[in-house]
Write a protein that binds this ligand. Structure first.
Ligand code: MG
Length: 389
């Protein structure tokens, strides 16, 4: 359903308003006041940053999912998941979901059930519960709009095309900081090195996911659910400079690609407008200055996460949920110094193997699988530490 305010501005609700995507969305909203009005905001934990936002945008609807004990809250600000879902379901034209990880699921469903279009930056929502989320969107008629740069590129390439003419979706991947590092040196990779992404500035979890390429694996699953294309027709190619954001191949042999500088403002703005282009969101890519565009195949031994995620996607049901939870926990263990970089993906694979997975899980079963996988990874990473490994 489409709602418009009397002034014609699109009413935006931000979930994860104080995170990386939320802050960039706030900048877009402020740069284009004739197009957008921020009407509600939810933060995961950062009550202080949310208070500043409430003041800056004179917000009347705000919530913090899990504020630190004793944190000062803006007046009228709710706390907890139910309060977050209430803000997500308020009258709006688009809800932008940038809360990191599994905490984004319930508010996303609340927005979709209210019939509001959801601009989705948190790919974990589609990875853990893609079947549930797409079903609920279909039921209410709300649209799922991609914010992830690759999926925004696919969306731009697919617009105006007959789905029957599509042969393959091709996601581009930068290959992260370890694309050229000798495999023999992987055992020594530090947290600092994994957090240094060559092209994009993002939060720590997704930056580590880029370095293992689990991010691209999760994006395969995300693409499957956003565009309803089977896994066998979604591929990945390494493109180090992140200028080509992804491509679509058609049955006649044509390939369409979307190019641009690596800047999340563009996909955020395009999703917030529901697909309309605004003038001057970011500078165009200067192709003569770029000079050359390189493409390379993905080495399976270097990046086992890609095949692992594809396998989980093809298994379906609760498998992607277990994959996602195990990966979040393993990345957290790596960032906390409890797990070596080279052990992150093998531990995710082991956990997925050991999981007992229901075929068509509901939200409670997904939550149980999610909790089980996290606990299994935490036990294994703690045991590895105390074992002196
Ligand atoms: Mg991406």
């Amino acid at each position: 359903m489409s709602h418009t305010t009397p002034t014609g501005r699109r009413r935006v609700v931000l979930l994860g308003a104080t995170g990386s995507i939320g802050r960039q969305a706030c900048e877009i909203i402020e740069r284009y006041p004739e197009h957008f009005e921020l009407v509600g905001a939810v933060a995961g934990q950062d009550a202080a940053a949310l208070s500043a936002l409430v003041e800056r945008f004179r917000l009347r609807h705000a919530a913090v999912v899990a504020p630190p004990p004793g944190a000062a809250l803006p007046s009228g600000c709710g706390t907890g998941m139910a309060a977050a879902c209430e803000v997500a379901a308020m009258p709006a034209d688009v809800v932008c979901v940038g809360i990191s990880g599994a905490a984004a699921l319930r508010p996303t469903l609340a927005a979709l059930d209210a019939g509001t279009d959801v601009a989705i930056a948190t790919k974990e929502v589609l990875v853990m519960a893609g079947e549930l989320v797409t079903e609920r969107a279909r039921a209410s008629g709300a649209r799922l709009l991609p914010v992830d740069s690759e999926h925004s590129a696919l969306w731009q390439c697919l617009r105006g095309e007959d789905p029957a003419g599509v042969r393959r979706l091709v996601l581009t991947a930068s290959g992260g900081p370890f694309r050229d590092r000798p495999l023999a040196d992987f055992a020594g990779i530090t947290v600092e090195e994994a957090l240094h992404h060559p092209n994009w500035s993002m939060g720590p979890k997704i930056t580590v996911d880029s370095s293992t390429m689990m991010n691209k694996g999760l994006e395969i699953i995300e693409a499957h659910f956003l565009f309803d294309v089977p896994y066998s027709r979604i591929d990945v190619v390494i493109h180090p400079s992140s200028i080509v954001h992804s491509c679509v191949e058609f049955i006649d042999g044509a390939t369409k690609a979307q190019l641009g500088v690596p800047d999340m403002s563009l996909p955020i703005a395009l999703a917030l407008t529901g697909g309309h282009r605004l003038p001057g969101v970011c500078p165009p890519a200067d192709l003569a200055a770029v000079g050359r565009l390189d493409f390379l195949p993905v080495e399976p031994a270097r990046f086992p996460a890609v095949a692992l995620a594809r396998h989980a996607g093809e298994t379906g049901g609760a498998a992607p949920c277990a994959l996602n939870a195990a990966n979040e926990a393993a990345v957290a263990a790596f960032l906390a110094g409890r797990l070596r970089f080279v052990d992150v993906i093998p531990l995710v694979a082991e956990t997925l193997d050991a999981a007992e997975l229901p075929a068509s899980p509901g939200i409670e079963e997904l939550a149980a699988i999610d909790a089980w996988a996290r606990a299994a990874v935490d036990r294994a990473s703690t045991a590895a530490m105390s074992g002196g490994g």
